[in-house]
Design a protein around this ligand. Structure first.
Ligand SMILES: Cc1cc2nc3c(=O)[nH]c(=O)nc-3n(C[C@H](O)[C@H](O)[C@H](O)COP(=O)(O)OP(=O)(O)OC[C@H]3O[C@@H](n4cnc5c(N)ncnc54)[C@H](O)[C@@H]3O)c2cc1C
Ligand SMILES: *[C@@H]1O[C@H](CO)[C@@H](O)[C@H](O)[C@H]1NC(C)=O
Ligand SMILES: *[C@@H]1O[C@H](CO)[C@@H](O)[C@H](O)[C@H]1NC(C)=O
Ligand SMILES: *[C@@H]1O[C@H](CO)[C@@H](O)[C@H](O)[C@H]1NC(C)=O
Ligand SMILES: *[C@@H]1O[C@H](CO)[C@@H](O)[C@H](O)[C@H]1NC(C)=O
Ligand SMILES: *[C@@H]1O[C@H](CO)[C@@H](O)[C@H](O)[C@H]1NC(C)=O
Length: 583
């Protein structure tokens, strides 16, 4: 009761503060484009101007109404006719499914990045506000729509946000007071049976920016092919995933998703629709798009990626039972598994998901490999047996990648919104030669919260000419660890504190054993202060130069993206040039 009351009061204060900042800022000159404009500013376009944009984009402009508006009696300071308790209950029941957020032009799947502005679990009298949702978005289905959005944001000095599926864990696909470009409906996929280019001749797919992994897998399979996509079926293939690196079930064989890019169609910050290839004048931009992180170099329209013949795939699942008394034996066995079994598994082309439970030990770990899987896992089973641990083991094989993938999805659960995230890459050297210390860190973390790992060999499968801009440290990793701390929908302060726990207490455990280490920029802590070094490594200076070359004015901005340090969000969410970087 009292908590609800307090939250209500806090939200009312937010509204008042936003209005106050909005009006006072009108007197502050933004002429240098030092700050983006926000609603309430004198120069914020009136409705009639937004309507003109809407005409330019064939009626595809959407004014954001947060999806949880149905749970609130007040919306944007007015009484809300959308309030509907049944619809709200249905939304609550489905909140954690990605499918709830995918059809939305604005809802971030990682809840904290809405800034708690329209919370479906609070008392309905708590107002629903825009918070960090985009204000408008263009539901793009044509290149001209993308260009119109870019031109409009530039002309009016409005913050631009690119959203595809909204999966991003670091808040990169949403932003306060912004115009969104929503690429989700750019669904074209085309087969190029015989692509010919520098260093590659063979099958390729041209994949539109809105295509999801499962759509690309299914299309490829129809042509007897596979492509490198992610593990989750509806993470985009050609958005944040591929530009950030992108690991998936086939990565130990063919490399990261970014390594597969042969060319990319993009809209530049200048508004030009161009194709960047490995050979042409935009090859530097293509290099950056191949692993340098999304949302900052250009607006991707499509990528052309390598495709490979369909293949037999086997999978295995090993579940070790945690009876509450066998922790020492469990961690020792997992340590030995990481030290001896995982390296041979990934070297054989396997991809190992130490599922939610494998490290926390109460759920189904899933292990995937291309061949000889049972044989590879035998030593691990023996270790578990020797330690007196009970386990369940099952394996299966399919004649195609798609069949095995779909089979595994039946038992997978991809809930998206309940955890704050942090991540760290574990170099093979550490996993193999410093296992005891690594396991001490793992045990510290997993006895406090949720933890998972995904394992691969990114060294061997690499098929790219120059490797792209992927952080070189990614290649040395045996696995990436993700840490999740629970989001508390009733207690925003606790949610923020839970992220701080990742930043200040849990990740440092892993930092100790992985000195001068790295994190995968798509599965990391958005609060990382040295993200330039941590996410991009040696590639950062060249990436920043390319950012400046193609986007001098900083039109494209996303948290922790290359060049984002040159901007800062104010307490009201206004994006301004960081004074330290003003020219
Ligand atoms: C459930 C789940 C499972 C995941 N599994 C994997 C996995 O197996 N392997 C893996 O590597 N990662 C995985 N990830 C992380 C994933 O790669 C990132 O969340 C990634 O950012 C998603 O990209 P998106 O385009 O789908 O999402 P969005 O959130 O829409 O976009 C992410 C970023 O990309 C930018 N962006 C999107 N489209 C474009 C475009 N057309 N042009 C320019 N910039 C663009 C956005 O501005 C934003 O910065 C997973 C994440 C979740 C939530
Ligand atoms: C844009 O135009 C379409 C079609 O006329 C309309 O349905 C939609 O509401 C408009 N969007 C905005 C933000 O006004
Ligand atoms: C996943 O989300 C659904 C829908 O919100 C929920 O019913 C279910 O309990 C969640 N599962 C897990 C494992 O969190
Ligand atoms: C985000 O929330 C905080 C309070 O929790 C508030 O001060 C701030 O103005 C909000 N920002 C936006 C853009 O809504
Ligand atoms: C976006 O456009 C697609 C394709 O025209 C359409 O199916 C979808 O309903 C639109 N979404 C919204 C939220 O307007
Ligand atoms: C582990 O250490 C040994 C001895 O120093 C070394 O030869 C080996 O290469 C190391 N293993 C890895 C994976 O780095």
């Amino acid at each position: 009761m009292s908590t609800r009351h307090l939250v209500g009061v806090a939200a009312a204060v937010i509204v008042a503060a936003a209005i106050a900042v909005g009006s006072s800022s009108d007197s502050r000159p933004n002429s240098q484009h030092n700050c983006r404009i926000i609603p309430g500013d004198a120069s914020w376009p009136p409705t009639s101007v937004w309507q003109q944009l809407n005409k330019t984009v064939d009626g595809k402009l959407i004014a954001t109404i947060p999806i949880a508006a149905v749970c609130h009696t007040t919306l944007f300071d007015q009484s809300n006719s959308l309030f509907d308790q049944d619809a709200c209950n249905a939304l609550r029941d489905n909140w954690n499914f990605p499918e709830t957020h995918l059809p939305s032009s604005s809802s971030p799947m990682a809840y904290p990045f809405s800034n708690n502005s329209c919370n479906p679990w609070l008392d309905p009298r708590t107002p629903c506000t825009l918070g960090s949702h985009v204000v408008y978005s263009v539901n793009a289905t044509a290149v001209s729509h993308l260009q119109a959005a870019v031109a409009f944001a530039k002309q009016h000095n409005i913050r631009l946000v690119i959203r595809n599926t909204g999966h991003d864990y670091l808040g990169k696909s949403t932003g306060a007071h912004s115009l969104g470009v929503w690429t989700h409906h750019l669904k074209s996929i085309g087969l190029i049976a015989a692509y010919k280019g520098t260093g590659y001749t063979g099958a390729a797919l041209r994949v539109g920016a809105g295509v999801e992994a499962i759509e690309a897998y299914t299309f490829a399979n129809r042509h007897g092919l596979v492509v490198v996509g992610g593990n989750c079926p509806n993470v985009g293939l050609a958005g944040g995933f591929i530009q950030g690196g992108g690991h998936g079930p086939l990565s130990s064989r063919y490399g990261l998703a970014a390594d597969q890019i042969l060319e990319a169609e993009v809209i530049t910050a200048a508004g030009d629709f161009i194709t960047a290839t490995l050979e042409n004048e935009y090859s530097d931009l293509l290099w950056a798009l191949r692993g340098g992180g999304a949302g900052t170099f250009a607006l991707l329209v499509s990528v052309t990626v390598k495709a490979y013949p369909e293949l037999r795939v086997s999978s295995a699942s090993l579940t070790v039972l945690n009876d509450g008394t066998n922790a020492d034996a469990l961690y020792a066995s997992i340590g030995s598994f990481i030290q001896t079994t995982l390296p041979s598994l990934v070297d054989a082309g396997g991809y190992g998901c130490l599922g939610r439970g494998a490290l926390r030990l109460h759920d189904q770990p899933r292990l995937r490999a291309g061949s000889h899987l049972d044989h590879l896992l035998l030593p691990a089973l023996q270790t578990f047996k020797d330690k007196g641990l009970q386990y369940q083991y099952a394996s299966a094989e399919s004649t195609t990648f798609l069949d095995r993938y779909n089979e595994l999805q039946k038992t997978a659960s991809w809930n998206v919104s309940d955890y704050n995230l942090g991540g760290r890459l574990v170099p093979r050297k550490v996993a193999v030669n410093d296992t005891a210390n690594l396991m001490a860190a793992v045990r510290y973390i997993s006895s406090r919260t949720l933890m998972s790992g995904v394992s691969y060999n990114l060294q061997k499968g690499v098929s790219s000419a120059d490797g792209g801009a992927v952080n070189p440290k990614f290649r040395e990793a045996l696995f990436g660890i993700s840490i999740g701390t629970a989001i508390d929908y009733q207690d925003w302060a606790a949610t923020l504190a839970a992220q701080d726990q990742i930043t200040n207490e849990l990740l440092p455990q892993l930092e100790k054993v992985t000195p001068d280490g790295a994190a995968y920029l798509n599965e990391a802590d958005y609060q990382a202060t040295d993200f330039q070094h941590l996410f991009y490594g040696e590639a950062y200076p060249r990436l920043l130069a390319i950012k400046h070359k193609y986007d001098r004015e900083g039109l494209f901005y996303a948290k922790t993206a290359v060049g984002s340090e040159e901007w800062a969000e104010g307490p009201d969410g206004r994006l301004c040039r960081n004074p330290e970087y003003r020219k």
